[in-house]
Ligand binder design. Structure first.
Ligand SMILES: [Zn+2]
Ligand SMILES: [Zn+2]
Length: 284
């Protein structure tokens, strides 16, 4: 069932990609994030701590911390905190599921940890490779890395269990930061279209991740041209997320992300509760 939240075009701001201290790279408690949401006038926060499913293999020895324990703590923190902020902030229970297609059995285990409201699917690293954050980029390797990245994303979009595809074009965040090379995505047009069509056919969302606005790339991930293309092909659902790792960044750029959705022809953006899409009318 799809719910429509409409009214007098209220300004409703929802941030559906937020990390707490229960992510290896997160800094703030769930409670502090909620206090910050009240201060900033953010209506809904979905906590999406990292679950790099392949890391479950390593238990306490994972460099990212014990994946199952950390996501278990994230879930219980959200459950305990939600009622304290009842009527002030809607707090939802999500997970950023990394590399869901690398070890499908581990991914299944991760999804069984709780009755999540929302699952974001990410590809942070290619199979048997480090996170794009750690890679060195050269003229020679960028093309093949991006090709493999889009191929893995297509597999994810076609086959994984998730609600929204996170930060499409993630490697560009680091390529722009560390090199003078500005990859031309035109040669990947066909595979990006295939990713969008898979999302559309499976009624999944595309995430507009606003973190890139504040990095050298200075665009959302994906950028406005790709969001427009998703809409042209028949895209129905977009989620908006700051990818904040602390209170300071909570909601950062979300209004801009909503504006981009509107410019691209979306009248609503989407949040998920119990893994069902709820449409939020855009007030512009
Ligand atoms: Zn991510
Ligand atoms: Zn994230």
């Amino acid at each position: 069932m799809i719910y429509f939240i409409v009214g007098d075009i209220m300004k409703i701001i929802c941030d559906t990609h937020v990390h707490s201290e229960n992510s290896f790279d997160g800094e703030s408690s769930v409670s502090d994030i909620c206090n910050s949401a009240v201060e900033k006038g953010i209506n809904t926060v979905t906590i999406t701590d990292h679950m790099e499913a392949p890391e479950i293999r390593f238990g306490d020895k994972s460099i990212y911390g014990n994946a199952k324990k950390m996501i278990g703590k994230s879930v219980s923190d959200v459950e305990e905190t939600a009622s304290k902020f009842d009527g002030k902030v809607k707090l939802l229970k999500g997970m950023e599921l990394g590399e869901p297609m690398h070890f499908p059995k581990l991914t299944k285990k991760a999804l069984e940890i709780s009755d999540f409201d929302f699952i974001l699917a990410s590809v942070h690293n290619l199979k048997d490779t480090e996170d794009f954050y750690y890679l060195e980029y050269t003229e020679e390797n960028i093309g093949s890395l991006l090709k493999s990245y889009f191929e893995e994303l297509l597999d994810t979009a076609l086959n994984a269990d998730f609600d929204s595809l996170a930060h499409l074009t993630y490697p560009l965040r680091y390529i722009y930061e560390r090199t003078d090379i500005k990859p031309d995505l035109e040669s990947y047009g066909e595979i990006i279209d295939a990713i969008f069509k898979a999302l559309i056919n499976r009624e999944k969302s595309l995430e507009i991740n606003t973190s890139g606005l504040f990095k050298p790339i200075k665009t959302t991930l994906p950028d406005i041209n790709l969001v427009r293309r998703f809409k042209e092909l028949g895209g129905k659902y977009v989620t908006i997320g700051s990818d904040a790792h602390n209170c300071k960044d909570l909601g950062k750029g979300v209004e801009k992300g909503i504006e981009i959705a509107k410019i691209c022809g979306f009248d609503h953006y989407t949040i998920y509760e119990k893994r069902e899409p709820k449409l939020i009318e855009i007030w512009y």
